[in-house]
Design a protein around this ligand. Structure first.
Ligand SMILES: [Zn+2]
Length: 352
């Protein structure tokens, strides 16, 4: 049987003075072990991981922003934090590959202690980060460790973590379809695709200069009941109570949804929605997964209210719905004109 090699095995090998070249050729590598080998190149000091592992012996299991400089450094260089740095690099690569970030845009943070977070640096493409680029900050944004300067947008991530005690990871990026909704000031409609209803709870925050405390506050005001915030004329930020990959999944789900809805709206037929009882079933699943949603406990007639998408369609589903669902109201001319404007803008951007 083929040997399965994890990051822990690789770190063990390095601790014992073996080189990574001694990994059996036919061994099966876990995805993070593959990343570890790729990132462990000759340009790095050869004792990097060994030093990290040795320091780990003295690294405190728990730190706070008030821990000593030496303790914070040991923690920052521990294998546990190294694994999270690799996860951030992996998510950054996926954001870039999916064109959710542009230039040096986007940022990622993971809460690693009560008042300490690991985050991405400023002025680096999220597609090409290395573990040693990462920064450690306190919840006020003061840098505690790391040689690169932390992202200027970290304040927004930290305000989310401060306000939402369950937030363990945050991701911010500029996915084009979702951002188009944020630019047009259109809330994504609801009751169309199950994944979106179960995993994302979207709200829109007004525009403020990115990176300012004011922007962070406007986002933080929404994170009690929403896990994915569209920022007007800017992009999206999400948080997860599970891990950083889960926060990233919100982006994939929202972006696929906005894209699908936009395409569906161009097919010449009124888009169909699920019924309120059908949505109610999805909300039960959502609640059992511990995902927030402002619609928990609402009356059925309020559940599929797509007022923002098709103005005038408030409580389109009658209160006495028998489960067969009410027919979707005819498309509103004002909303159709809005869809045309968004479509034209996207098409002209593609031609440019
Ligand atoms: Zn941004």
């Amino acid at each position: 049987m083929k040997q399965v090699i994890s990051v822990r095995d690789l770190e063990e090998m390095l601790r014992n003075g073996k080189s990574l070249g001694s990994v059996p050729e036919d061994a099966l590598l876990t995805p993070s072990a593959r990343d570890f080998i790729r990132d462990y190149d000759g340009s790095r000091p050869t004792n990097f991981v060994v030093a990290g592992a040795v320091k780990a012996a003295a690294a405190p299991a728990k730190v706070t922003a008030k821990s000593s400089k030496a303790e914070l450094e040991a923690f920052f260089n521990s294998p546990k934090i190294h694994e999270l740095k690799l996860q951030i690099c992996d998510i950054g690569r996926r954001l870039w590959q999916r064109a959710y970030v542009d230039g040096n845009g986007g940022n990622i943070a993971i809460r690693v202690a009560e008042d300490v977070a690991l985050c991405t640096p400023t002025l680096v493409s999220k597609g090409f980060m290395k573990p040693e680029d990462m920064c450690l900050v306190d919840l006020e944004g003061n840098q505690l460790a790391g040689t690169k300067k932390r992202t200027s947008e970290i304040l927004m991530h930290l305000q989310i973590m401060k306000r939402q005690s369950r937030a363990v990871a945050t991701v911010h990026c500029h996915p084009p379809y979702s951002t188009a909704f944020a630019v047009a000031g259109v809330e994504p409609p609801t009751c169309m695709i199950p994944e979106f209803e179960v995993f994302a709870s979207v709200a829109t925050a007004p525009y403020r200069t990115p990176g300012t405390p004011e922007m962070g506050k406007l986002v933080a005001d929404l994170v009690d009941k929403h896990n994915t915030i569209l920022m007007a004329n800017h992009g999206v930020v999400s948080w997860s109570h599970n891990d950083v990959e889960d926060a990233y999944f919100k982006m994939e789900i929202l972006e696929a949804y906005c894209r699908t809805v936009l395409v569906a709206s161009q097919l010449g037929r009124p888009v169909k929605t699920m019924t309120a009882p059908q949505l109610q079933d999805l909300l039960k699943i959502k609640q059992s997964l511990g995902i927030p949603d402002p619609r928990f406990g609402l009356k059925e007639c309020e559940l599929c209210d797509n007022d923002g998408w098709r103005p005038g369609v408030t409580c389109a589903v009658p209160n006495n719905s028998n489960g067969n669902g009410a027919p979707a109201a005819a498309p509103d001319p004002e909303a159709e004109a809005l869809v045309r404007v968004i479509t034209d803008q996207i098409l002209s951007q593609r031609k440019a």
